[in-house]
Design a protein around this ligand. Structure first.
Ligand code: GLN
Length: 200
């Protein structure tokens, strides 16, 4: 693999468990809190948390524009839950001042699985995995539409919950909350595909 460091956006939310999963896979990680931190990484995981808060912190920290530029030139990114919301083209039920990167052609509804059932867990079938993956959903976003260019890797209840488009991978659930590191491994495969712009 030609990637040296995978960043984990650490402004807010569940970044530590992502770092742990990546370290288990033998990958060097770095927490990203400033534009200088982002400069030093070759790929990024955007964790779950609260997308409205993360959107605000991305702007106040000065990361937003730089991250946007990196995404435009193909930096691999894996967004989970709130991270998925931030990468989506369109966000329904967001706060009016909430921004997203439009890095993957999906429309998501925040808390789209309903407020009554805040959280649930279920086993899902993932394209390319031999056995099912235990998925933990916490106030998860629901994908309500997606472009044909989006490759759906797993669905639940008729909606995509894991998808890839080019260098962008998103999950509406929390793969970092189980000991199963297969989806992080899948993300690393995305990093090693040659379409991205390599930095030295
Ligand atoms: N509902 C949260 C949001 O809108 C996401 C929840 C999560 O990341 N677990 O940002």
């Amino acid at each position: 693999m030609d990637v040296s460091v995978v960043g984990v956006l650490a402004l807010q939310g569940g970044f530590a468990a992502h770092e742990h999963a990546l370290n288990e896979l033998g990958v060097a990680t770095a927490q990203v809190r400033t534009p200088a931190d982002l400069e030093r990484v070759d790929a990024l995981v955007m964790p779950g948390g609260e997308s409205t808060t993360m959107s605000r912190l991305l702007e106040t920290s000065g990361i937003f524009d730089q991250l946007n530029a990196r995404l435009r030139v193909g930096m691999p990114v894996f967004g989970t839950c709130a991270g998925m919301i931030l990468l989506a083209t369109e966000v329904l039920d967001g706060r009016p001042d909430q921004k997203s990167f439009a890095a993957i052609d999906i429309t998501v509804r925040r808390n789209g699985y309903g407020r009554q059932v805040d959280s649930f867990e279920t086993d899902i079938e993932v394209d390319g995995l031999l056995t099912s993956f235990h998925a933990v959903f916490i106030r998860a976003p629901k994908v309500v539409s997606f472009a044909p260019t989006v490759e759906v890797l797993a669905s639940y209840d008729g909606s995509p919950v894991l998808a890839v488009q080019g260098h962008v991978m998103v999950a509406s659930f929390h793969p970092e909350l189980t000991a199963d590191i297969r989806l992080h491994a899948r993300f690393l495969q995305l990093i090693s595909t040659p379409s991205k712009v390599t930095r030295s």
